[in-house]
Design a protein around this ligand. Sequence first.
Ligand SMILES: Cc1cc2nc3c(=O)[nH]c(=O)nc-3n(C[C@H](O)[C@H](O)[C@H](O)COP(=O)(O)OP(=O)(O)OC[C@H]3O[C@@H](n4cnc5c(N)ncnc54)[C@H](O)[C@@H]3O)c2cc1C
Ligand SMILES: NC(=O)C1=CN([C@@H]2O[C@H](COP(=O)(O)OP(=O)(O)OC[C@H]3O[C@@H](n4cnc5c(N)ncnc54)[C@H](O)[C@@H]3O)[C@@H](O)[C@H]2O)C=CC1
Length: 501
Amino acid sequence: MAAHVPVRGRFVVVGGGIAGVTCAERLATEFPSEDIVLVTASPVIKAVTNFRQVSKTLEEFDVEEQPSTMLEKRYPNIKVIESGVKELKSQEHKIFTEDGKQCIYEKLCLCAGAKPKLIFEENPYVLGIRDTDSAQVFQNHLAKAKRIAVVGNGGIALELVYEIEGCEVIWAIKDKAIGNTFFDAGAAEFLIPKLTAEKLETAIACKRTKYTTDGSEKEEGSVAAADKLGSALGPDWHEGLHLKGTKEFSHKVHIETLCEIKKIYLQQEFKQLQKTSLSFPKDNSDNQNAHLEEELWPVYMELTNGKIYGCDFIVSATGVVPNVKPFLDGNNFALGEDGGLKVDKHMHSSVADIYAAGDICTASWEPSPVWQQMRLWTQARQMGWYAAKCMVADSLGESIDMDFSFELFAHVTKFFNYKVVLLGKYNAQGLDLDCELMLRCTKGQEYIKVVMQNGRMMGAVLIGETDLEETFENLILNQMDLSAYGEDLLNPNVDIEDYFD
Ligand SMILES: Cc1cc2nc3c(=O)[nH]c(=O)nc-3n(C[C@H](O)[C@H](O)[C@H](O)COP(=O)(O)OP(=O)(O)OC[C@H]3O[C@@H](n4cnc5c(N)ncnc54)[C@H](O)[C@@H]3O)c2cc1C
Ligand SMILES: NC(=O)C1=CN([C@@H]2O[C@H](COP(=O)(O)OP(=O)(O)OC[C@H]3O[C@@H](n4cnc5c(N)ncnc54)[C@H](O)[C@@H]3O)[C@@H](O)[C@H]2O)C=CC1
């Protein structure tokens, strides 16, 4: 009988990822005498540890997977219910879990994250990577593989192609250059040598060029995805994994640009249709080096450029879809184009008393001119934190200002073993074509790009140990007119910090 007695919580949070846990922790601190209920589908929660505020908006932290009991120990007023939510009745302020529990809330924050948007759903040879389990499955398959295909050109693909050893990788991308969600073609060129076997890099003199952006396309795939419910992995997720195939070489990556997967054949079908496939090209720059291949593979991908390659399996690193499904039925949520729950500047969804944060939500307020949403763990933490603040303020009838972290997009990460800092409209996203890019590049060492508009700095990409992040962060935030400095802005012989600090 006890199982049918509804649990009551003034504040209920759904999701044990970074957004949900941060939100619950903040609520628990604000209301030490209230029970905060955290309902999560996974047996472990994600805790943010070693938080460091690197500059005004840049932050770094580690992410630890912990049993939910540790969270309850740290915050005795957090009560974790380990079960997936299967239904929400917003009129009744009630959620229902897979294991038959009910929970009544005053204010609810949905932080159920997202899942991989796989290109071909339900094909056993197409894998997505999201949580610890899927990463483990991937590692097990890789350990037996001689060749894999990676599809997609964002964060996961970039990390994978660099980390995988002892296995041929055919990397199929829709774009002209690698890493389209983070870089332009110039940065891609800077990074490419890291993918080749020889890692000899000679520093060359600094070059600076000026050119105008041609604007970048952003296409969206259409397919929905699998039914995984674990939390997303955090940075350095691959460090504990042994990402090695069966062979003894390090990197062997062949990139097929400007193409998508048209069709996938399993071995039997491939043979029946008497199709032919290509061998692994010897030289990336010369596609003519691929020859017809005799060897049979478990799966084949036919690309839109007509080429067919066989491989052991395909990784679909093609973005994510927000986990909104269990919450939609009977509730009038406004959804963003990317399928997320639309939230206003107080992280409030379109349904009364329901907030959302992290990968599940679509930021629908008028953003600062130098901020955009990206589904990143930094934003999941900031949103979870801010959503809790908003829930508290609403509950107490107080007003609240937008959190400072949404003033400027700031992300620090690592690609191909380089430190990468992205600030503001780092790829000139949404800016008019009159914006101007300034570039400084020392091969193998650093790549600096700033995006300027009307003499103001709007964004920057900093690859390598440039030490410029704080100065540029300030310049973007204060929107100072920098026209007078012209190209000195990136002159390596001019200490620009002296100008501005
Ligand atoms: C491989 C990989 C590498 C990444 N690397 C980086 C990186 O280097 N830097 C970076 O900034 N970002 C990175 N990200 C992105 C980042 O991990 C996510 O943006 C972030 O973790 C999202 O947090 P979240 O709390 O919104 O969602 P999630 O972490 O997805 O958590 C969602 C939670 O909700 C629970 N849940 C789901 N459905 C239900 C339900 N119906 N009922 C109850 N609970 C439910 C899940 O069990 C989970 O606990 C990476 C992502 C991946 C997949
Ligand atoms: N270091 C970091 O900051 C990292 C961040 N992440 C985050 O984790 C999440 C998941 O990562 P990704 O899956 O890499 O997503 P992503 O959004 O970064 O990239 C998706 C890529 O897939 C491409 N794509 C979409 N549909 C396609 C299709 N049908 N065919 C071919 N290509 C297609 C897109 O053009 C894009 O290049 C993202 O939110 C990402 O930002 C992941 C890894 C590292």
